[in-house]
Design a protein around this ligand. Structure first.
Ligand code: KG4
Ligand code: ZN
Length: 380
């Protein structure tokens, strides 16, 4: 039997400073996430310079908090793992520099993890704990977050995982579309959770949105041995919401709502109902329905094309209730096993980084101490 290494994960790629301890890749001993939502919400999106500053402020207490929660000391750890990329360069640098210094000071190995691989392993971390769960291949992984909408065929060779990208967004990520649409409608930041809540109060069939379908020269690619692609595009739907707002005279009500949400960033359901008229709620529900239908439809088409047995859905947008229920219902119709992380592990966290690092620990895939952050790191 392989030993169960204790790995401390550190994540700082965007606007969450996080640390967690995971034993043997699947046993979560602690997870601490310091969110910067309050810092960025007044700007309606993440401000990179502010994010770096907040990471610097938070990293020491967050790492100490993760060790305390796990009841461990630094010396108990077998390895450290850190997000190398992709993400905001300045934000990544805080985590990478801190992890390198700590690994050097402790004399422990350091493991570099791709943030997207972390999201994928957030699903496996939790599934591994389900009795009798056995991962069936081929596996398709959808990472759907504020910065990414990516589809990967994932394979495992011994301890090592590899990924082949078969689709990505050509412009905005799905979470970005949620955030920008929420900003446009004066709903605050981040947009996903609030649109998720408000969509339950509106009619998703009220407004018809069409999402651009990208044509691929699939046959030519197949002839070259590449197989078909399933790309996404979500900048158009945000523009369609803007046109709707302009042609339906909604600007004054949006500005009133924006100021109200600035003053009270966490309205209750009752307060939301008084801040949003029926037309706004219908618009929000219709936006979510169109986006979810597109993400789910393309992903399931890719799963069918590649004869996939298991679909792993992860990233912040995987917390969306309509996306989850749609995947569960339509996936089951297709005979597909669809797995999600719990909601706290859907958005950015460090448990997923520590978990993704475990196979690399067994493979001896350690980073040198001249490791640098890589803002555009691809997943392979
Ligand atoms: O994975 P994540 O924490 O950070 C990135 O790696 O980007 O994802 C954050 C994104 C944001 O765009 C946020 O609006 C979206 O996830 N999000 C949601 C929900 N919760 C978070 N989108 C839709 N529905 C949700 N419930
Ligand atoms: Zn993420």
């Amino acid at each position: 039997m392989q030993p169960s290494p204790l790995i401390l994960g550190i994540e700082s790629s965007c606007d969450e400073t996080a640390a967690a301890v995971v034993r043997g890749g699947g046993e979560l001993l602690s997870s601490v996430v310091a969110s910067q939502i309050a810092t960025h919400s007044m700007y309606g999106g993440v401000v990179p310079e502010l994010a770096s500053r907040e990471h610097l402020r938070n990293i020491v207490p967050v790492v100490r908090g993760a060790l305390d929660q796990a009841g461990l000391r630094y010396q108990d750890l077998d390895a450290l793992a850190v997000t190398r990329g992709p993400g905001l360069a300045g934000a990544l640098l805080v985590g990478v520099s801190f992890a390198k210094s700590l690994a050097w000071a402790l004399g422990k190995p350091l493991i570099a993890v791709n943030h997207l691989e972390g999201h994928i392993h957030a699903v496996l971390l939790e599934q591994a704990r389900q009795p009798g769960f056995e991962l069936r291949f081929p596996v398709l992984a959808l990472v759907v977050s504020g910065g990414h909408t990516h589809l990967y065929l994932a394979s495992q060779d011994g301890n090592l995982w590899s990924y082949r990208e078969i689709g990505h967004t050509r412009d905005d990520a799905a979470g970005e579309a949620f955030d920008k649409t929420a900003k446009l409608l004066g709903l605050g930041y981040p947009g996903g959770p609030v649109i998720d809540r408000l969509s339950k109060l509106g009619d998703p069939k009220a407004v018809r949105f069409t999402i651009s379908q990208l044509k691929h020269a699939d046959r030519i690619k197949r002839d070259l041995g590449h197989g078909p692609r399933f790309d996404f595009s979500y900048s158009g739907i945000k523009t369609a919401v803007l046109r709707y707002v302009e042609t339906h005279d909604m600007a004054a009500a949006i500005e009133r709502r924006r100021l109200a949400v600035l003053a009270n960033p966490r309205p209750s359901v009752e307060e939301w109902k008084s801040l949003c008229d029926a037309e706004t709620l219908d618009l929000v529900a219709s936006f979510q329905r169109a986006l979810v239908d597109d993400v789910v439809g393309k992903t399931l088409a890719a799963a069918a094309e590649y004869n996939v047995a298991t679909l792993l859905v992860s990233g912040g947008v995987a917390a969306n209730s309509e996306l989850r229920s749609s995947f569960e219902r339509r996936g089951a119709e297709q005979g597909l096993v669809v797995c999600f992380p719990s909601r706290p592990l859907s958005t950015d966290n460090a448990a997923m980084i520590a978990s993704a690092a475990c196979p690399k620990y067994f493979a001896g895939d350690f980073a040198a101490l001249d490791l640098s952050a890589a803002a555009n790191l691809p997943l392979r």
